[in-house]
Design a protein around this ligand. Structure first.
Ligand SMILES: Nc1ncnc2c1ncn2[C@@H]1O[C@H](COP(=O)(O)OP(=O)(O)OP(=O)(O)O)[C@@H](O)[C@H]1O
Length: 259
């Protein structure tokens, strides 16, 4: 097992945002975290990349509590792309990607040839090589998102934590990114809103509702009409993708407003 959340709860000013969340992500597995707005996905991920400390419980990497590691050591193992990373600093794309190498250098210093090759490979993987010398502030939302993902890959982590990584991406880049994540051998915990994309690209899905884990398992087992209706408040028809065999959902609204 690579990553485990063991009874993680997060309480803020009397409100419980995540409640006793326990799950494991096996080595090389992609676990999709899905759930309605405000269900606690980002809060759970923030505990994994140490932007937040669980009120109770722990995040374990191969059995070691992450909080026992220095921030630099955990950054060598866990790379994250948070939701809506904003920056005011107009670094070039190549400079932002190179920041991914920082946890591997004691006290900074120039990039080695090995570092440069890793950064180039990360930029190639995310289709941003042609943008290397552009300032990040001049990029489109999708291009900027791909730069942040390249930075995370350049970090050479064992675990990737991605919070809505397909935000701003066009459909080809959405599929390319998640299919790369699926096949790159890294352990990944990925929050996604698009259930069809999640079903197509994740090994298993974990469903959060009101901060509580309500289902976990292979997409076909988890995305039942009953669960989707109960958790997301829409009425789904589940169809099997004719080429890939994965379940895909067609939605209608429930309730009185539904024609
Ligand atoms: N610091 C905070 N203080 C109070 N409430 C907070 C705080 N941070 C988050 N919340 C609340 O916790 C709940 C869970 O938020 P979180 O961002 O984890 O949800 P999410 O599932 O990622 O949502 P979304 O799909 O909208 O991104 C939300 O209701 C949010 O308003």
């Amino acid at each position: 097992m690579a990553l485990a959340l063991d009874g993680v709860s997060v309480e803020v000013t009397g409100a419980t945002l995540v409640r006793e969340l326990s799950l494991t992500v096996e080595s090389g597995e992609v676990l999709g975290l899905v759930g309605p707005n405000g269900s606690g996905k980002s809060t759970a991920l923030r505990c994994v990349y140490r932007a937040l400390r669980p009120t109770t419980g722990a995040v374990l990497l191969d059995g070691t509590d992450l909080t026992a590691l220095s921030l630099r050591d955990s950054a060598r193992s866990v790379a994250a792309v948070a939701q809506d990373n904003h920056t005011e600093l107009d670094f070039t794309v190549a400079e932002v990607v190179a920041l991914g190498r920082f946890p591997h250098h004691q006290g900074g210093g120039a990039l080695s040839e090995h570092d440069r090759l890793l950064c180039q490979e990360a930029m190639r993987r995310t289709d941003i090589t042609h943008l290397a010398d552009r300032g990040v502030l001049s990029l489109s939302g999708g291009e900027r998102q791909r730069v942040l993902i390249a930075r995370a890959l350049a970090q050479q982590p064992r675990v990737l934590v991605l919070d809505e990584p397909t935000n701003h991406l066009d459909v080809r880049h959405q599929l390319e990114l998640l299919s790369f994540v699926r096949h790159c051998g890294l352990t990944a915990l990925v929050a996604l809103h698009d259930l069809n994309l999640a079903a197509a690209t994740c090994d298993r899905l974990a469903v959060l509702c009101g901060g509580t884990l309500v289902a976990i398992g292979p997409p076909a087992d988890v995305l039942t009409p009953e669960l989707v209706q109960r958790v997301f408040g829409v009425r789904p028809t589940v169809v099997t993708h004719p080429h890939t065999g994965v379940p895909q959902l067609l939605y209608t609204l429930t309730g009185e407003n539904n024609p």
